[in-house]
Design a protein around this ligand. Sequence first.
Ligand code: SF4
Length: 385
Amino acid sequence: MDTLNQPSRSPDTEAGAGVEPDDRLQIKNYSIESLRERLPQLGIEPYRADQIAGWLYGKGVEDPDRMTDLSNHVRGLLRDEWETRALHTEKVARSEDGTVKAVLRAHDGELIESVLIPEPGRTTLCISTQVGCPLACSFCATGALGFRRNLSTAEIVDQVCRMREVLESGAEPTTRHDGNPITNIVFMGMGEPLLNLSSVLETIRLLVHPKAFGMAPRRVTVSTVGVVPRIEPLLRAAPVNLAVSLHATRDEVRDQLVPLNRRFPIRVLLDELRQLDCVTPRRPVFFEYTLIAGINDSLADARRLVELLEGIPSKLNLIPMNPHSDSPHGPPDDAAVDRFLREVAGRGLFVSLRRSRGPDIDAACGQLALRQVSEPVVAPHRAEA
Ligand code: SF4
């Protein structure tokens, strides 16, 4: 399958990139700049866009009747002509380790997931960019769902709104940053973000816009398995962090784990990163390496990994695989993980070990939605606001 040039319902078609015709009046599909241009066509002054964004994203208020600095006329138009919510909270699961995962339902009934990961000093939200994924990585529950469609900008942005609501209605300790309880955003949920690049970029513009979420770009990370032609356009358009899911040191192995590797092999991917002048020690690439028992966890892999990354400012995250019933693979034991870690650290790589979060709530991306489509819907743990 040519995953970059699919026909209808394809990732990243230029005409609207994931925006279904019925979503045209989804207000969260609009950047503040495009909303300023759109509003006069409805008889509303352009500066109202900033006020509306302040309510929607700054204060988390979606009911036009509560937007008290808007005139009755504008509130009425908003109520009648625009949708202010793109997603509804279907189910919330809370892990013993503090991780919170939600299944969110789009207007067409499709289900996606978002995960909140509270840690000391910060709360990270992992968001999805596609329903399912076309790339079919063999260790990934989302890959097992197949590709359904791209998410619109509104559906990506609304994950932040819905999960902030979940956070504020729950008992999780939160670290506030400029009034927002979510301090970091990672595009690492369901789907390959670079196959929905235009909606991802629109979302980033809202995340970092001072009149919207006002986040610092360094608190936003976009992850890819290696859609090589779209890496530079992303980094040129948005000064965010880049994470690359590598997962193997030999093409024979990566071809099996990440089928996209047959199109963009390891050397091609790494050479692209090596020549980018926007990748610097101050802006390194975060390499993700999922350790899978007997597949990519040998000492020879560790040594090859260090050689492969030479010349690329980088940080390495090792993640023992989160097992799921749709994959024949599993994580190495603790001793094998420790050996691998010591080998790469001893050869000078900046490396950290990330443990899978929330295994008791199926927190690996795609797992809960996968279960949801085969199980009856369960009432949310805490009802959506
Ligand atoms: S790992 Fe990412 S790119 Fe691969 S199938 Fe899963 S969601 Fe898609």
